[in-house]
Design a binder for this molecule. Structure first.
Ligand code: 5AD
Ligand code: SF4
Length: 456
């Protein structure tokens, strides 16, 4: 990495540091990629700005998982192109999944205003791409395949919003073939990050004061399967827990059938593993799950949840679900509602099915009309709201353990092990970066309001 950066010139041709405005769309993987991009740009002398109008470089890290994020990116490009009227040397860059999917076509659609384009495969080529763009050439590099040196960029420091917890990408890509999903096209096949690289990054982060580690991957529970000598994901969890100073561990996103018994056992045994898990189920109908190419049944999914609750009785579950997948009947939808009733998710991310170009489901003839999707979505949200209101009550009078990460207007704010926001009226800023027991007095759906118990 150093070598790559040394080859490039620092960018200050106007004797003032250049400013970059970065906008990130999509999932946590994209957030982590942006943190890495910020690390590279900081090393090149860039300063960050939250006002795109004063930027020398506007960078959009894009998502294409559904049609909505696609449209958002194009709308933003339409606005940001005005930066070139303010500053004719300003550059516009687009990276991430939409860049990977559309390549030069995206530049055409945006009216030829894009100067730099790359994807999650080649973030570490950004210095060379910038150099090219600053010479006035278009710097578009969309690779068909991830390069061999793609984990090299992970040796490089990230710029994170918060000093106390950190995302760690441990694998990329996805080998599943869900018929609705564009991700295998944009992020490629599964590649697990070598264990030593993961452990080294975590050790460095802990030295800097990070307490909570959030492991990331499109399919994080499949980590280690693609090594010449496969290593179970549970082994990685035990190894991370052994590192001095790691106080909490989370991981996203799990795939139900890869959440094997050894992982569930590890979740029960490792005290630092958070009392929260995001486990998408997508549909409650076995017929639809089969059409989606999801390799589990409704019963198997629920069984995983019951097993999890045996080892972690307080676990707060969250999930993703798709409404109106092609061919979904009223009966199929009722099966989805049944999973919601039974699983009792603390948070549910629900999406209307959105056909993605080049995916098998987009070609299925029995697409569900939008008004049916909308009507089902309303019913689903109604049910979920009821469940969330009931679940919130379980916190009242209980002790939770937030990691305080922010102080604002007389309040300390942090996330509990169950991934709930906790607020305590206090000026004790010395508690930032600490996991502290808090008694909950009042619980709303998203925030637990509490006070310190007397010994603190
Ligand atoms: N339409 C609707 N939702 C989708 N998701 C992925 N692809 C689609 C699609 N084509 C949802 C899934 C996934 C989440 C990140 O986005 O629920 O888990
Ligand atoms: Fe969006 Fe999927 Fe890419 Fe994440 S991996 S940014 S959700 S398309």
């Amino acid at each position: 990495m150093e070598k790559v950066l040394q080859k490039t010139t620092k960018v200050d041709n106007k004797n003032r540091p250049k400013k970059v405005f970065i906008k990130t769309f999509g999932c946590q993987m994209n957030v982590n990629d942006s943190e890495r991009i910020k690390g590279i740009l900081k090393n090149l002398g860039y300063q960050f700005t939250s006002d795109w109008k004063e930027a020398d470089l506007i960078l959009l890290n894009t998502c294409t998982v559904r049609e909505k994020p696609d449209r958002k990116v194009l709308a933003h490009l339409g606005e940001y192109k005005k930066v070139k009227e303010i500053n004719p040397t300003a550059k516009i860059g687009v990276c991430g999944c939409l860049a990977q999917r559309m390549g030069e076509e995206l530049d055409k659609r945006a009216g030829g205003i894009i100067d730099i384009m790359f994807s999650s495969y080649n973030i570490h080529h950004l210095p060379q791409l910038l150099e090219k763009a600053n010479r006035g050439e278009k710097a578009i590099e969309i690779l068909e395949e991830p390069p061999k040196d793609e984990w090299e960029m992970f040796e490089y420091p990230t710029i994170r919003e918060n000093p106390y917890w950190a995302f760690i990408t441990i694998m990329k890509g996805c080998d599943k073939d869900c018929t609705y999903c564009i991700v295998p096209q944009t992020r490629g096949r599964e590649r697990s990050r070598p264990i030593r690289s993961i452990i080294n990054e975590i050790k460095e982060l802990v030295k800097e004061g990070v307490k909570e580690i959030h492991l990331l991957g499109q399919n994080v529970t499949a980590w280690g399967k693609d090594f010449e000598e496969p290593i179970p994901f549970s082994y990685l969890l035990y190894k991370i827990a052994e590192i001095d100073g790691v106080e909490r561990i989370r991981f996203t996103t799990g795939y139900p059938s890869d959440l094997t018994d050894d992982v569930i056992k590890a979740m029960g045994e490792i005290p630092q593993i958070a009392d929260a898990l995001h486990l998408p189920f997508q549909s409650g109908s076995n017929r639809i799950l089969k059409r989606m190419h999801r390799y589990y049944t409704k019963e198997e999914y629920l069984e995983k949840i019951y097993k999890l609750r045996e080892v972690k009785p307080n676990i707060a579950l969250s999930a993703d679900v798709i409404v109106g997948f092609p061919g979904e009947t009223e009966e199929d939808f009722l099966e989805t509602l049944d999973v919601i009733e039974k699983a009792k998710f603390e948070q549910l991310f629900s999406f209307k099915y959105s056909p993605r170009p080049g995916t098998p489901a987009a070609e299925y003839p029995d697409q569900v009309p939008d008004d049916v999707k909308t009507e089902r979505m309303h019913r689903l949200l109604e049910l979920q709201k009821k469940i969330m209101n009931q679940l919130a009550k379980r916190y009242e009078g209980k002790i939770v353990y937030p990691l305080f990460e922010r102080y604002s207007e007389g309040k300390l704010i942090g996330r509990s092990s169950e991934n709930k926001w906790v607020e305590v009226k206090s000026d004790r800023k010395e508690l930032l970066g600490k996991i502290v027991p808090v008694k909950v007095n009042k619980a709303s759906v998203y925030v637990l309001y509490g006070e310190f118990i007397s010994q603190i």
